[in-house]
Design a protein around this ligand. Structure first.
Ligand SMILES: [Zn+2]
Length: 657
């Protein structure tokens, strides 16, 4: 209603103006000469009026934001401009009249051609073509905007986001460039800031760089307005995860959790991919970032017996930090249960043992394990031992008896739906020997004999009669270990007895003699026994003992030897790569066999000359004198080391003698 009435009002005015113009034109046609005078006067008048207006000096407050204008009337503005050498170009705005011939401008604006200089500059207005100054405007230029250097100097900045530097006022006049080391990137103006896309600079995280901010006007040489060291944010780190790389899932995983060193931005980029399969589709997941935590939910189950990668590809912190590089966890899923281990070795199982077989995952509770597992060779009772274990309770078992444990396929997992596809079988053997304490040392240490085989003919081996000859004990212990596992291979008519350590006190103390300072190798009741003995370093008054066979260690082995009445005795000493013999029965021939097998020298008739001192009350001599038994003596290459595997061929020959 209101708009309509205004329009009607304007229409009425228009009618009056039209009738007035009509009457004026009628008069002009009637009085041509007067008309010319009036028109001329009007033009001169307008020009003078215009000049008066042009002459009004006004101050233009220059702004770096762009427009720098002042309200000021200019008649026929197209007539005016600035001088060619001015630093500013004049621009008349708010024009009234035809575009090609505006009669009036309401605003006078300046646009810098050269770098604006702080302060007030007078800009002459001239009539175009005449270069005739007809007026001026003052351009008042404030100080150039200052950059907030603390936005990047000595501040940890993100390498993945544009760097924003605040300005003290908006600036669309200058160009800004940000330089880091030798690289440079242009900055875009914003509201009282510039945004420099340093993501193009390929900066590393957790480093310090030399940086500078440069400003230029148009294509002029840039001026450095700030310089200093900037620091990039240290990379985002994973501080906790619910999964470790290399993990094998026996369960059915539903989610993974990761905790990072800083709060996370939204939309982390994560993939779970099956590997080793061509064109496998990604596993469907949902990711949620909450604070420092990333939750990866598997929205479909992982295929079984497959390998996967959990790829944390692009995780960004709220501060713009990222992982130094994508983190990849390799994981796999199991199939059905399979045996991971068994509690016994391939031999030396004690009769009546409880043998535990461990699976890689729990077995379904519904399984009756006794129907799936059994032993052969030695009877057993099969039971469930724990969620992922079954046990075989052996029902006795003869020495060296071989037996097998078996588990059928078809066992259902208790932690996933898979079923075992392979049967399992394990061969082992009951221990081949027994052991017994045959006596005690001066200090009460047990002297142990090990017994193998059940033949009528015994071969006796000893070591450690001299406590400084550790290799003899180690080698005999190695021989014992071998026999515990392999005695089933001994000839059927043989028994082997090994006493690895005849002088446990001396071995414990590292001393040649026993705890009574008696050389046990000189304490036997031989014809040549003496209390006073010779040694490598002179004579030892009671080195042979207080009487023949006075020492408890000697008593123990004497009793055993008398009881066993062995076919052959082999004692180990060190050091010298030598073989000696007691020269009873076929001892020299046996000694030669041993020496030839191991490549040692013999000292059958010159032992005292070789050793350099007289030897009395020796074990081997006693064996020959009292029992007529051949005995040989081996000097191993050094005091330390287990020579059992090297001696094995010779030891086995001795057993078969
Ligand atoms: Zn010795």
């Amino acid at each position: 209603m209101r708009a309509m009435s205004q329009s009607a009002h304007a229409c009425g005015k228009m009618v009056i103006v039209t009738s007035k113009i009509h009457s004026l034109l009628t008069r002009v046609r009637t009085y041509p000469r007067q008309t010319a005078i009036i028109a001329g006067s009007a033009i001169v008048g307008l020009t003078l009026f215009g000049l008066v207006l042009v002459n009004q000096t006004r101050v233009v407050d220059f702004s770096y934001d762009g427009a720098a204008c002042v309200n000021r009337l200019t008649v026929m503005p197209h007539l005016y401009g600035s001088t060619d050498d001015s630093s500013y170009r004049l621009d008349f705005k708010g024009l009234i009249g035809p575009d090609s011939w505006p009669l009036l401008s309401k605003q006078t604006c300046v646009e810098p051609i050269a770098q604006p200089i702080e302060g007030t500059t007078s800009l002459a207005i001239v009539m175009k073509g005449l270069n005739l100054p007809v007026g001026a405007v003052s351009v008042k230029v404030p100080a150039a905007p200052r950059a907030q250097t603390t936005d990047f100097i000595d501040k940890a900045i993100s390498t993945t986001r544009p760097l924003e530097v605040s300005l003290s006022s908006p600036d669309r006049i200058h160009n800004y460039n940000f330089e880091v080391d030798e690289q440079s990137v242009a900055c875009q103006p914003g509201d009282s800031l510039i945004s420099c896309d340093i993501t193009k600079l390929d900066l590393e995280q957790g480093k310090r760089y030399e940086a500078a901010l440069l400003r230029s006007f148009k294509d002029q040489t840039p001026i450095q307005i700030a310089r200093g060291e900037l620091e990039t944010l240290t990379p985002l780190e994973i501080v906790e995860s619910s999964i470790e790389s290399g993990h094998k899932h026996f369960d059915v995983p539903t989610e993974y959790r990761f905790k990072f060193s800083r709060q996370l931005d939204d939309q982390p980029k994560v993939q779970v991919v099956q590997t080793g399969v061509e064109n496998a589709a990604d596993i469907a997941i949902e990711t949620t970032a909450t604070g420092e935590e990333l939750l990866v939910k598997l929205t479909q189950p992982l295929p079984r017996e497959a390998k996967f990668e959990i790829r944390l590809l692009d995780i960004v912190g709220r501060d713009g930090s990222t992982l130094a590089e994508p983190k990849i966890y390799t994981i796999e899923t199991s199939g059905g249960p399979s045996v991971a281990g068994v509690s016994v070795g391939k031999s030396s199982v004690s009769p009546g043992s409880l043998i535990v077989v461990t699976f890689d995952q729990p077995l379904a509770e519904s399984i009756d394990v006794a129907k799936f597992a059994r032993s052969t060779g030695v009877a057993s009772v099969v039971r469930r031992h724990s969620a992922n274990q079954i046990s075989f309770q052996l029902q006795g078992g003869g020495l060296c008896a071989g037996f097998s444990l078996q588990v059928d396929k078809g066992l259902t997992s208790g932690s996933n739906s898979e079923v075992s596809r392979d049967a399992w079988k394990y061969d082992s053997r009951i221990v081949c020997g027994t052991s017994a304490v045959i006596g005690y040392s001066v200090r009460g240490r047990p002297i142990v004999a090990h017994y193998f085989g059940s033949g009528a003919t015994t071969i006796l081996f000893t070591g450690g009669i001299h406590g400084n000859e550790l290799s003899s004990v180690q080698t005999m212990q190695g021989w014992v270990d071998y026999l515990y596992a392999n005695a089933h291979q001994l000839p059927a008519n043989r028994k082997v007895v090994v006493v690895p350590n005849l002088n446990p006190d001396g071995i414990a103390a590292g001393s040649r003699n026993n705890a009574n300072n008696v050389n046990l190798g000189r304490n036997y009741p031989t014809a040549n026994w003496q209390a006073r003995i010779e040694t490598a370093s002179g004579t030892l008054e009671h080195g042979g003992g207080t009487s023949p066979g006075s020492e408890p260690e000697t008593k123990a082995i004497l009793a055993l030897t008398r009881q066993l009445r062995p076919r052959l005795e082999v004692s180990f000493h060190s050091q010298g790569r030598l073989v000696g013999a007691n020269k009873y029965a076929d001892s020299v021939s046996i000694g030669n066999t041993y020496a030839a097998t191991v490549g040692y020298s013999t000292m059958f008739y010159n032992a005292e000359a070789v050793m350099g001192y007289a030897m009395t009350g020796e074990y081997e001599d006693w064996m020959g004198e009292e029992m007529g038994i051949p005995a040989i003596l081996i000097e191993l290459p050094s005091h330390y080391g287990n020579y059992a595997s090297y001696q094995l061929p010779a030891l086995l020959k001795m057993v078969a003698i």
